[in-house]
Ligand binder design. Structure first.
Ligand code: SAM
Length: 251
């Protein structure tokens, strides 16, 4: 599997070009996951480097990284990156070498062992996001960067494969998905998908004394990516996907 095709555009975040390219890739997530996820991985690592400088030589922990596109991209740029994924079914046929089957609540890592801790679109899949975040913080060294993004419940994509019908209720949306596709939906609210909101998440993260919030922004928006997150109420629908860039405080 090639995971290093040329970048289709110059990375500029936020920008219309970037958002449009990502949107086009998302539309082909099912029929061309390779193109979609390798682009998303390049984009996410670009974001990490924009906040924290080159990742070459750094230790990166990718928690809940699925089949490993992000881990592979970090490695391609010279990082010592490791995938920690609890579900063997998510790993695909050829996960990155040294992949560890592990739950993000309890990582088999010493305190402060990572320079960068990375978690893309996992927070809405755990029942206790704050405990999950605490574990990411624990394994990050003081001064290290924590990248966490998630699709919040009231986002147009909050219902995942049954979006946007989740606005009418999760059960109804799931039933509709089954009727339309003839197959059971992957996600069930309260089992492997949880209604995580932006306001409470921000308040909890800002109340912590072990991290500072470097940025709280929309991950994909082409403009006003931080501004949209400052508007209570509106942000729950308009942010689409919240990206938190955190820095671990000294002990
Ligand atoms: C939507 S996928 C995201 C995969 C990848 N990070 C991405 O952005 O494409 C959600 C991932 O979260 C993982 N996950 C769910 N619960 C987890 C937990 N407690 N600890 C770590 N990962 C978890 C799932 O196994 C799955 O791989």
């Amino acid at each position: 599997m090639s995971r290093s095709s040329p970048r289709p555009y110059e990375f500029k975040d936020p920008s219309f070009r970037r958002s449009l390219s990502l949107l086009q890739a998302f539309r082909h997530e099912q029929d061309d996951p390779e193109a979609c996820y390798s682009l998303l991985a390049r984009d996410a690592v670009d974001q990490v480097e924009a906040y924290d400088g080159p990742v070459a030589g750094r230790t990166v922990v990718d928690v809940g990284g699925g089949s490993g596109y992000f881990t592979e991209e970090f490695r391609r740029r010279g990082a010592r990156a490791f995938l920690f994924e609890p579900d063997p079914g998510e790993l695909g046929e050829k996960p990155p070498d040294s992949t560890v089957i592990a739950d993000g609540y309890l990582l088999p890592l010493q305190d402060a062992s990572a320079d960068v801790t990375f978690s893309s679109n996992v927070l809405e899949h755990v029942a206790d996001p704050q405990t999950f975040l605490s574990e990411l913080v624990r394994v990050t060294r003081p001064g290290g960067l924590i990248y966490v993004s998630f699709t919040n419940w009231l986002s147009p994509w909050g219902g995942h494969e049954w979006a946007p019908w989740h606005y009418l209720g999760a059960e109804r949306a799931r039933a509709r998905y089954r009727r339309r596709t003839g197959k059971a939906a992957k996600h069930t609210l309260g089992e492997n998908l949880f209604a995580v909101h932006i306001g409470p998440t921000l308040r909890q993260v800002r109340a912590r004394d072990d991290v500072t919030v470097v940025s709280a922004r929309s991950r994909y928006w082409p403009f006003l990516a931080e501004t949209v997150v400052r508007a209570p109420g509106i942000r729950e629908v308009a942010t689409w996907n919240l990206l938190l860039i955190l820095r671990r405080c000294p002990p």
